[in-house]
Design a protein around this ligand. Structure first.
Ligand SMILES: Nc1ncnc2c1ncn2[C@@H]1O[C@H](COP(=O)(O)OP(=O)(O)OP(=O)(O)O)[C@@H](O)[C@H]1O
Length: 233
């Protein structure tokens, strides 16, 4: 579904990503782990054509995306939930979800009400303003909003950052359920290994802009030095 080859990314003269190759199959759930500054967000932004200068090949459902602008990538069915969530504070929960409808992929989409129903922590809050939500509630709203476009592939950028463990635990089921119900593939950028393991089947590790490991969680566990070398702080 998503096939990235030889991806290099730059901010001005700074060469951030080096020959990255990563693949996500339809319906697959994949984690991209790495320390602060390893290049996870840059990778997502590069695939969305939303910031860094990029060369290399990004193919989605067999099509080379070339210079296609971000909004057209969204309409092909790729949704990015950015690290800073970008909730609109003066719109209600339902209005925030409805706002993302313009990114529709062309697949049958759930209504904002149906999307909110999937997220038990959000459902009682549908009329509340975005700016009145807690950090965890805002994160769930950002994920819920991504589903307004009926994405085929969802990018989540460090969704657990700054959230209490109890909220993070609840998010696992909400994310797995809505992805399964909608046949949505997931690429999760994280530092939280527990959460990544609970949400995905396959893992890539990035360190200073280079991929240094990929495999399933069994292969990850068979190489404990990986955690020590690339993920411990
Ligand atoms: N707009 C920018 N201009 C210049 N350099 C940038 C910019 N954004 C990120 N960088 C640099 O690119 C490198 C990768 O950053 P990136 O945000 O992709 O890492 P990350 O793995 O997502 O980290 P974090 O977990 O802290 O969000 C870092 O060295 C960072 O300082």
């Amino acid at each position: 579904m998503l096939e990235v080859r030889d991806l290099n990314a730059f901010y001005g003269d700074a060469h951030i990503l080096h020959n990255v190759a990563l693949q996500v199959e339809a319906g697959q759930r994949v984690a991209l782990l790495g320390r602060n500054g390893a290049g996870k967000s840059t990778f997502l932004k590069s695939v969305m054509n939303a910031g860094p200068g990029v060369n290399g090949s990004v193919r989605f459902e067999g099509k080379n995306l070339g210079n296609l602008p971000s909004y057209q990538r969204a309409r092909l069915g790729i949704a990015l939930v950015p690290e800073d969530r970008q909730i609109i504070p003066h719109l209600s929960v339902l209005e925030n979800i409805a706002m993302a409808g313009h990114a529709r992929s062309g697949r049958p989409a759930l209504t904002p009400g149906q999307i909110a129903e999937h997220f038990s922590m959000l459902e009682p809050l549908v009329k509340r303003y975005g700016g009145q939500l807690s950090g965890g509630q805002q994160q769930l709203l950002a994920i819920a909003r991504a589903f307004a476009g009926a994405p085929k592939l969802l990018f989540l950028d460090e969704p657990t950052e700054g959230l209490a463990p109890i909220i993070v635990q609840g998010m696992v089921d909400e994310i797995l359920d809505i992805c399964a119900n909608n046949g949505t593939a997931l690429l999760l950028c994280e530092q939280n290994i527990w959460f990544s393991r609970a949400c995905t089947d396959y893992v890539y590790i990035i360190d200073t802009g280079k991929l240094v490991f990929h495999g399933d969680w069994r292969a990850f566990d068979a190489n404990p030095e990986i955690t020590q070398r690339y993920l411990s702080v």
